[in-house]
Design a protein around this ligand. Structure first.
Ligand SMILES: *Cc1c(COP(=O)(O)O)cnc(C)c1O
Length: 223
């Protein structure tokens, strides 16, 4: 389906400059068919792997397949440095440019001059130290999340109208978020009623991301 969308855009002479995929909820997208289509049209693939650190796709880490992979160490991720993130790349020029932009875009001159707009996005040495310490316990964090998921699934998975997100056969999920769908007719309560009942017990739950990609996809296919 993705390949067809690109074929259609190619015919219209309207190919995207880059494709960004988002690995959601602790598992990987099915990268191969997307990467294959991108390669045919020489479109760089960028991976938003913010939620998939510790996951695998055919034995390899999502985030390591595209031209650039992006990981987040925000407070709600599987490991954290309180804020910040990490870029992985296979192109030295690109990463030098990213580093330049992330460190205020100072011109290579002895005096302070900025000819381009830059950003103060550097991760401090202290936070990097914390991040390196956290990386050592990544496996344990993954196992803990997987354990939580199994616990919920065992306790609730057989209730009518409840379906837990399956783990794709091509990889390993960290289950960063435990996601499930509720069929209100079969279950006897809708998503919002369940969320509010959980909140009463001080248990945080929320609807997952709106399927914006799907809308974009339809737009892409319909141009
Ligand atoms: C958390 C998250 C981000 C943002 O990461 P920050 O480090 O907070 O900027 C981006 N994409 C996805 C899919 C995320 O889950």
């Amino acid at each position: 389906m993705f390949r067809e969308a690109l074929d259609k855009r190619a015919k219209l002479g309207n190919l995207p400059k880059a494709v960004v995929i988002v690995h959601l909820y602790g598992q990987s997208c099915d990268i191969d068919p997307i990467l294959e289509a991108c390669n045919i049209y020489e479109i760089p693939l960028i991976e938003d792997a913010a939620e998939s650190l510790g996951a695998s796709y055919k034995g390899r880490s999502p985030g390591s397949f595209g031209k650039i992979g992006i990981f987040s160490f925000n407070g709600n991720k599987i490991i954290t440095t309180s804020g910040g993130g990490m870029l992985v790349y296979d192109d030295q020029t690109l990463v030098e440019k990213a580093r330049f932009l992330a460190t205020q875009a100072r011109d290579p001159a002895p005096h302070y001059q900025h000819s381009e707009i830059g950003y103060n996005y550097r991760l401090s040495n202290v936070l990097v130290g914390i991040g390196r310490g956290q990386l050592r316990v990544l496996e344990e964090r993954v196992e803990a999340r997987r354990h939580n998921f199994d616990f919920y699934k065992q306790a609730l998975g057989n209730l009518p109208g409840i379906e837990f997100m399956p783990e794709a056969a091509f990889g390993k999920s960290t289950h960063w978020l435990s996601c499930l769908t509720i069929d209100p007719a079969a279950f006897g309560a809708n998503r919002e009623e369940v969320r509010l009942a959980l909140a009463e017990e001080k248990i945080e739950a929320r609807p997952v991301w709106k399927p914006l990609i799907y809308n974009l996809f339809l737009l892409t296919v319909n141009v």
